[in-house]
Design a protein around this ligand. Sequence first.
Ligand SMILES: [Fe+2]
Ligand SMILES: [Fe+2]
Length: 172
Amino acid sequence: MVIVYKCRICEEGFIGGEKPTHCPFCGAHIENMVLAKDYVKTEVIELTKQTGKNVEAAIGIELSNAEFYFCAAAKSDNIADATMFKRLAKIEAEHASTLAKIIEAKNPKISRKKDICGNNKHNLKESHEREEKATARYAQFLEETCEPRAIEVFKALIEIEKDHISLTEGRF
Ligand SMILES: [Fe+2]
Ligand SMILES: [Fe+2]
């Protein structure tokens, strides 16, 4: 038997036997996965100027990281890292569109440039640096935010990007 779950962060559905430990689309932790029939949306209330600016900056970070990861996946020299980078690219793209919905912006376009990353070893290191940077920026954005939906998303993104940091730990 399968059940329909819904992720409170990216709002994607998941059909499966058991709740996944992490959302397969955005990486949010299990506590954000709810039964679709019980899902209640956190509506966006009026954003402060600062929150709007921070969400826009976060979209920029996610887009840049998604583009970097698509490049890294294409340039990878082994299947395991290519698989990891491609999944990371799609997760960061999901983050960009999750954030875009908060400010009612269009789904951002992601380029597939192949000259914005280095070789596999370099990309492992750059991934680590990018995820550390994103985590630090989002911690700052979270402090400056009082809007419930933005708080929920920034909190989840911090946890997810921390998971991504651990993927490359000790690998470069
Ligand atoms: Fe999700
Ligand atoms: Fe992200």
